[in-house]
Design a protein around this ligand. Structure first.
Ligand SMILES: Cc1ncc(COP(=O)(O)O)c(C=O)c1O
Length: 421
């Protein structure tokens, strides 16, 4: 009797486990390319390079440029974040459409390239540069050091760094424009109390021949994800810290109307539509909207940047090294592993967006990556698959020229920056 009940309860458990497994089994999520990606696939098969490419959809990007410049509004300056859009032609396009000459730069080789290409641009550095990078910039400059110095606002975070810059400016015989990094709550560095501005202004006021105070930069990406509105306490805290620095500068006799009061980024720019404390707002990534920018204030922007890569191989069954039984069992559990493709390249900071329903990768390879789908996905060798980069700044530099697509046609190739200039 006891033995029989043990057997029954064992059977019962197995049955529950089997039903549970059926219930929790992943659904078939596979879908072929929709009209948008089908058209791109056909275009690339006919005119693409047959290797992984980074492409920009100009129609979508133009919409995003308009969104961002409307959000900044006519009273303030829209400053383009160069590191997130690392291509000269791309920058030219955005500067023209958004009607702005203001750029934010984070890398010395890019700075030299930008100063050569855009003598009219106003350039704010996005991070404090080591003094040797500043010296390298001047040593490799092809234009007059004095003229280039008028274009750039160097970002400083401490009086010690300012003294290094002052010594270099003295040696070069130029006047450097100095913008102060403020810690408005991110705690990534910069001046953290309004009183600490005094030490900086003392140095600047004491050497007007070599130093000129140009403004503040207070970046606040810690507001991302809070769905923060202007009146939210977290935003008010940022603004009151910022205001304290402006008041301190005024008390020192600075004409703050003439300063560049920079802040924001793609994630947070929308907060300030009805605020005038900062007169200069930055955004880069939101122009092409990589995946990490699917955030609250970016809802109206379209994904405009894709990696497209060809399929090299297709198998209508799962194949795995080792025990063939596992390759047979896995698709029974997960239908999204019925079909196996190998793509050209892979392992980028990116996620596959078309076809839909690609299972988690069996393994990743930068040479040829396996991807699996259900039988509902029916792509052929040489068809392209599409990924959305999670970020733009580094990923855009990995593919050579950007393929520029507009109205369903490839209209241009835009070279990207070289990391080392
Ligand atoms: C100082 C500063 N401002 C603005 C941004 C915003 O750039 P994006 O709009 O690409 O997020 C960044 C990004 O890192 C930054 O460091």
């Amino acid at each position: 009797m006891r033995r029989r009940s043990v057997i029954f309860s064992g059977l019962g458990l197995t049955l529950v486990a089997a039903l549970g497994a059926l219930f929790w089994r992943p659904k078939d999520l596979g879908e072929n390319h929709d009209n948008y990606f089908s058209a791109l696939n056909n275009l690339l098969k006919e005119k693409g390079p047959g290797r992984p490419v980074m492409m920009i959809d100009v129609d979508r990007m133009n919409h995003n440029i308009d969104q961002i410049s409307n959000s900044v509004g006519p009273e303030k300056t829209y400053r383009i974040v160069v590191k997130s859009l690392p291509s000269m032609d791309l920058l030219k396009h955005i500067m023209k459409r958004a009607n702005t000459n203001a750029l934010m730069v984070f890398h010395q080789p890019f700075l030299n390239a930008i100063v050569d290409a855009f003598p009219e641009a106003d350039i704010l550095m996005g991070k404090p540069m080591p003094i040797t990078a500043v010296a390298t910039f001047y040593n490799t400059l092809t234009r007059s050091a004095a003229a280039a110095s008028q274009q750039i606002q160097w970002l400083i975070d401490t009086p010690e760094r300012l003294i290094q810059y002052q010594q270099l400016a003295n040696k070069l015989g130029v006047t450097m424009r100095i913008n102060c990094e403020l810690d408005v709550g991110l705690h990534r560095g910069g001046l953290s109390t309004a009183q600490s501005l005094d030490a900086v202004l003392n140095i600047i006021d004491g050497d007007p021949e070599h130093l000129n105070f140009s403004g503040f930069m207070g970046y606040e990406p810690h507001l991302t994800g809070l769905k923060a509105k202007l009146e939210s306490p977290s935003v008010q805290s940022v603004l009151s810290i910022y205001q304290a620095f402006i008041d301190q500068a005024k008390a020192r006799g600075v004409d703050t109307e003439k300063l560049t009061l920079n802040g924001a980024g793609s994630h947070t720019l929308g907060i300030y539509e009805n605020d005038n404390l900062m007169n200069d707002l930055s955004a880069g990534s939101g122009i092409v909207k990589p995946m990490d920018f699917d955030t609250f204030y970016m809802k109206g922007n379209y994904p405009a940047l894709f990696i497209a890569t060809p399929i090299l191989k297709r198998y209508d069954e799962l194949k795995l090294p080792g025990d063939p039984a596992i390759a047979k069992l896995l698709p029974l559990w997960n239908p999204n592993m019925q079909r196996l493709y190998y793509i050209y390249g892979g392992y980028w900071k990116a996620k596959i967006v078309s076809p839909a329903g690609v299972a988690d990768p069996i393994y990743q390879s930068t040479n040829q990556s396996p991807i699996t789908t259900s039988n509902s996905v029916d792509l052929q060798i040489d068809d392209y698959i599409f990924l959305r980069p999670t970020q733009s700044e580094h990923v855009m530099l990995q593919f050579g020229d950007i393929l520029v697509v507009k109205g369903g046609e490839i209209i241009d190739n835009w070279p990207v920056f070289h990391q080392t200039g």
